[in-house]
Every structure is written in C-alpha cells, then in structure tokens.
Design a protein around this ligand. Sequence first.
Ligand code: GLP
Length: 295
Amino acid sequence: MPNSVTEAEQFEKIRTKVFHGSETAVQELASIISDLIRQRQSDDRRVVLGLATGSTPVKLYQELIRLHREGGLSFQNVVTFNLDEYYGLSPDHPESYRHFMEVQLFRHVDLPPEQAHVPDGLVERDKVFEYCADYESQIEEAGGIDIQIVGIGRTGHIGFNEPGSGPDSRTRMVALDRLTRRDAARDFRGEANVPAYAITMGIGTILQGRQILLLGWGESKALILRAAIEGPETDAVPASFLQRHPDCGCYIDQAAALSLGLLASAKNLSSDSGTRIIPRTPLLLFWWRPARPMV
Ligand code: GLP
C-alpha cells in the first residue's frame, strides 16, 4: 500500500477533512474560493460558482463578506448559479432561496445582480421543463461551474435531489421528501406551509462542476454523512454519487464526523484534538422510497 494512503482514507470514498469547528473549516473554504476569484481576475476571466442554501453555508458566506469588506475581495468577475428553489415561492418570499441569498450574501458584496442566478419558483407549470433546460444552457454558456458548494439534507439529498434521484439527473422539478419538509417546518411555521415541490439542479448537473465542496456541521448530519462518504453509491443516498467525482472534498466538523470509520480507527486523533471516540453505529441502509408523482 503506498505510504501516502492514510488510515482514514481506507474508509473514505470522498476525501474528507475534519475540523475542530466550522469556523476554521470556512476559513479554508473561503480561501479556496477567493484564491480562484483573484487568480481569474489577474487573467481577466470569470469564475462560476455553484451556491447552496440552508444553514450550512451561512458562515462561509459571512467569511466571504468579511474578505470583501476587509480584504478587498471583489465579486465583479463572479457568476453564480444556485442549486435550487422552492416551487411556488416568489423571489421576495421570506423563505425563498432567492431571498435567502440576497440576505446572506448578494446584497453585501459587489456581485453584479445580473450575474446571480437562482431558479425561479414562479415559472408556470407548463413552462418548467423548458425553463430547466434553459437553466442548464445558461450554466454551460457561462463556461460551466468551477466550484460547486453543497450541503446535505438528512435524506441524503444534495440540492433537492431526494432519494430516488439518479446520477444523470438534470435540472428539473421534484417532489420534496417528507423528512425534508419536516426539517423545513420550523422556518415555514408548520409542515403544511412547506412547499411540496422544488426546482433543483440534478445530480448530473452538480457532478459537472470542476470542483465540489461538500459541507456538513453538527451531529444531526453524522449518520447521513457516513452513508455518503463510506457507504455504497446508491440513489437511496443521492450524495453518495459525489464519490464518483474526481475532485470532491468533504469539509466537516468533529460532531458531523462522529460516525465515520476514520474517527473510530484513527485513535491518534483523540489525543491531540480532543475528539470523542464513539463506537461506530451500524451503517443503516437508507430505505428507498419511490419518488412522488409530479404536479
Ligand atoms: C435544503 C437545501 C439543501 C441543503 C439542506 C440542508 O434542503 N435544499 O441544499 O443542503 O437544506 O440544510 P441545512 O444546511 O440547514 O442543514
């Protein structure tokens, strides 16, 4: 076995970096992004970023805003495409992902508004197919995504690619999983108010990004991250398809890493990092539920 293979890598199918806390992780993530932005600026070229929503990327966006304010990082040469949007929500709905992006990032940096793309949740139902194909074309015309940020939902979704989503899936309308809707219930003041459908980039679209950064914080993500990082590639855990990407890195904190084999095996981590070693929980095969029919 080559010396460069660490004990942890015997388990991982996605290269994984475990940080003490998300604060240090986002510094590294922000410098990967800002280095590319600056390098492209000096070559007079654009950078295309694939952006995610949810609580996970918020600290990363705060760090990028800090670099803009204090480090002179400009977003003039940046083009962004968001992963997804709830179907039926207007851009100014407080829970829409367009609104989220405005509040968490866009309005705080000098990104030209016409260069920021978030799927439109109000496209008429009979225009959705065409709209999604056009979203894909716009990504291609922009030169393809250089860095794609993704979080993970507890169903194993990336974007809104719920269990049952195939590796070749493209931007499309999907039905949201019950667990996803339950997780969003607090933001919408009740599960009944959570939209049933969304528009999301597909797994195939995400896999076309040149570099993918998968983020995860907290113990609630530990089991699903283990399934994605160490389990088999399966549409029961759509994030597991990231295993087939040549440049996907997973950045997680210690709590999110608690179920990973690397922590259970690499006992040396415990002495210098204060990592709690807990027994590995059995890898549950996530139940497969057929996708619900479209509207
Ligand atoms: C939503 C988003 C996903 C995100 C997930 C996790 O479902 N569509 O892109 O990864 O939430 O959310 P959080 O980061 O709040 O845990």
